[in-house]
Ligand binder design. Structure first.
Ligand SMILES: [Zn+2]
Length: 229
């Protein structure tokens, strides 16, 4: 990881920074020696479906599927927020990013569908497989009927394809993200486990689902609502 990133992790400690901390090492690994980011492969055609990039970010849920909720907070909105922040961090480090959904405020055609699109898993992995990306990160927040429950974890589909990425992002989160209930501690972790999601199993590149935090935990919800998570 570049030193500037290690510094940012200590200073900012946001969820996106923690994901970036885990992700940047993996992108470099997956790109082989030299870790050269993709040159801009944009065709110049402002069509999102033509996005080419190093990383695909997949904000979980969307549209008619809100995901887990806590009061007015919806997982689909929070995962998009994290994806936007993470995209900026990755771009700042020289990597190109495609998104399965998300607005395109910069007009660079680096998204696939509108902010609040309803996407099937098939649409998500099919898009990812057109981008030439080296890694795919699906961003989620967990839910539980027990509001006390809160931990971070990541999921992998195929052991060989996905596990290194899942472990990298897991470490990025658990070793850097403060606990919502006590910022002098780190968030609890649950060891990454396999999960038979089409997004993981049908994507061509290393892929993981990051179950970043529990949106149903009120300490987390407070931080998310304040935009400080
Ligand atoms: Zn989810």
């Amino acid at each position: 990881m570049p030193e500037t990133y290690a510094l940012k992790v200590r200073v900012s400690l946001s969820m996106a920074v923690c994901l970036a901390a885990g992700l940047l090492g993996m992108v470099a690994f997956a790109s082989g020696s030299g870790a050269t980011p993709n040159a801009n492969k944009g065709s110049g055609v402002a069509q999102a479906v033509n996005c080419r990039g190093d990383v695909v970010l997949d904000p979980g849920h969307g549209g008619t599927d809100p995901g887990a909720t806590n009061g007015a907070l919806k997982e689909k909105d929070q995962t998009l927020n994290v994806a936007y922040k993470l995209r900026e961090l990755l771009k700042g480090a020289g990597y190109t990013v495609c998104m399965t959904r998300g607005g395109d405020p910069t007009g660079t055609g680096d998204d696939n569908a509108a902010d609040d699109a309803t996407l099937s898993n098939s649409e998500r992995y099919t898009f990812a497989n057109t981008t030439g990306a080296r890694v795919l990160v699906s961003i989620h927040m967990n839910g539980s009927t027990n509001p006390a429950t809160d931990y971070t974890t990541t999921l992998f589909g195929k052991w060989q394809k996905d596990k290194a990425l899942a472990l990298d992002l897991y470490d990025g989160l658990r070793l850097n993200l403060p606990a919502a209930s006590d910022s002098s501690l780190y968030i609890r972790g649950r060891t990454p486990y396999s999960y038979a999601s089409g997004v993981l199993l049908k994507s061509n590149m290393p892929a993981t689902i990051a179950e970043t935090v529990f949106i149903t935990n009120n300490d987390e919800a407070r931080l998310l609502a304040a935009g400080t998570r």
